[in-house]
Design a protein around this ligand. Structure first.
Ligand code: IMP
Length: 505
């Protein structure tokens, strides 16, 4: 892309976002929706990029203009724009993984990283949290959550039970640190003993308080320069008119309270998590705007309901394991996609063909776990729900290019439960969500490859109709349309920034 066009892109974004001192970016479905790319793009308009929830289980991918990939598990994706990166109070600190991520970031962005803040009151990961997660997953048997294994649930749970340590304890009175660690150990030891008895772990795998303490203190000096009271720092910055971008982890479907509990992560992934997870007063958010990042075809990993799921979760995971070559740029991949697309367009595709086509086309592998992601149709019912709980002004629709070359794509436009059609905005509970029957409509797609298009006018008419139809149904404007992984492969619809759509009934 010519630098002139890049400059025009930035200028348009600047004009759109200038009135909003604060921006909250959330996902829409169950994560992995391209928030990394959007945050990377929009951080240029802000001075702070702030994570407000989750921990190392999240994985936000961005591709630098030089083509290098960075997967941020803890560090916000604003890092590529050299803005101040903040791990707010709602983020669980995993010191070892944070250190590793610093090294990776240095490899990608150079030794001289932008300033980073880690909250001094943030709960700290220990080996025991991870063992406890293993125990819980074992105990829940078939009903296990299939977590990322980064102990997010135990970190949140023990925080609520008021056990464990905060980052600040590593730099305070050593006796207090030891007392708190010993308390946590004593509380959890019966679980560990039972795990040993059942042969889930070996006795020597359970560290004692001194070993856990030693491990933490090994990383503490490296992190010390980043540790601060982020809530106070952010408030001061806000008062000095600094521009703040808040980056949610995962997405509303995985929010602890508003997602598909218990098949959720353990933090707040909705926009309302931003004040709580940063300590910023609600009043400040009068100057905020919410942008939700939605991918054209949602995906889900782990357990939990997914009403618009195309095929089978386990089989999708296995397929990715069995065919790693299809997830790399190989001739096999190109051939596979051609064959599947031909089947789809001939009207002979099964659910398996559709799912595998999108799984391969979208490189749908978990950024943290490498698990194959299961793909679903766009789901208007789910969109109504998440719009209600997040109040977005706009959507960023990512991976729109994935629909190129198809005659049509099914879209879920309603749910039926026990034979009755639900109203938009109604959301059944988790158990009923497994039972809903999706009502499907086929939406027309287009022949032309739209990869890399950055001008709305250059989109095929059917692609524009697709966007208009979607906006009309959900009542929210689509401001950004992703047409590829790189920063500049995006359409900015300045006209959508101004006009409102009629809110659907
Ligand atoms: P946890 O966050 O490790 O506790 O995992 C809870 C659930 O959230 C599991 O189903 C995970 O697969 C899912 N999950 C956690 N982080 C992500 C993510 O970044 N993308 C997609 N799913 C995630």
């Amino acid at each position: 892309m010519k630098s002139g066009s890049l400059w025009r892109l930035s200028a348009r974004l600047r004009a759109i976002f200038a009135p909003f001192q604060m921006l909250i970016v959330t996902g829409t479905y169950w994560g992995d929706e391209g928030k990394g790319k959007i945050v990377d793009l929009l951080s240029a308009m802000y001075q702070y990029a702030i994570r407000f929830s989750g921990g190392a289980g999240a994985g936000h991918t961005l591709v630098t203009p030089g083509g290098q990939k960075f997967i941020g598990h803890l560090i916000p994706c604003g890092i590529a724009r050299r803005v101040r990166c903040v791990l707010g109070r709602g983020v669980f600190s995993d010191l070892k993984r944070f250190c590793t991520e610093l090294d990776v970031a240095k490899g990608v962005f150079g030794e001289n990283l932008p300033p980073i803040w880690v909250d001094k009151y943030s709960p700290v990961w220990t080996q025991w949290h991870e063992l406890l997660e293993k125990w819980l997953e074992y105990a829940m048997g078939k009903k296990r959550v299939q977590t990322t294994g980064k102990a997010i649930g135990p970190l949140a749970g023990l925080r609520i039970l008021r056990a464990g340590i905060e980052v600040r304890h590593l730099y305070g009175d050593p006796r207090l640190l030891r007392q708190r660690l010993t308390g946590l150990y004593v509380a959890l030891k019966p679980c560990f003993d039972e795990m040993v008895r059942l042969g889930i772990i070996r006795k020597k795998e359970v560290w004692g308080p001194s070993k856990v303490e030693r491990e933490l203190l090994e990383h503490a000096p490296r992190i010390e320069r980043y540790v601060t009271d982020t809530a106070s720092g952010l408030f001061k910055a806000f008062c000095h008119r600094a521009r703040l971008l808040f980056e949610a982890a995962q997405a509303p479907g995985l929010d602890i309270d508003l997602g598909t509990w218990p098949y959720v992560s353990a933090g707040h992934s909705v926009a309302a998590g931003a004040p709580l997870g940063t300590g910023m007063p609600l009043r400040a958010f009068a100057r905020a705007v919410v942008l939700m990042v939605m991918k054209a075809l949602p995906t889900r990993v782990g357990a939990g309901p997914f009403p618009s799921e195309i095929w089978d979760r386990k089989k999708c995971e296995q397929f990715a394991l069995d065919h790693p070559e299809l997830f790399k740029d190989t001739p096999d991949r190109i051939k596979f996609l051609r064959v599947k697309r031909a089947l789809i367009n001939a009207g002979r595709a099964t659910a398996k063909d559709w799912a595998q086509y999108f799984q391969v086309l979208g490189y749908e592998l978990g950024a943290t776990t490498g698990r194959g992601r299961s793909v679903g149709w766009m789901d208007i019912m789910w969109l109504h729900y998440v719009i209600r709980i997040n109040g977005p002004r706009w959507f960023a629709l990512t991976r729109f290019d994935m629909l190129s070359g198809l005659k049509y794509v099914p879209v879920v436009v309603g749910y039926k439960l026990d034979g009755k059609r639900l109203q938009p905005g109604d959301m059944p509970d988790t158990d009923d969500l497994y039972r809903v029957e999706p009502i499907i409509e086929n939406w027309k797609c287009w022949d032309e490859d739209i990869t890399g298009i950055s001008d709305w006018k250059a989109l095929p008419y059917s692609a524009k109709q697709f966007i208009w139809k979607l906006e009309k149904l959900v009542g929210v404007r689509i401001l950004l349309i992703g047409t590829g992984p790189a920063r500049h492969q995006i359409i900015v619809r300045s006209s959508a920034a101004k006009k409102k759509v009629q809110i659907a009934a």
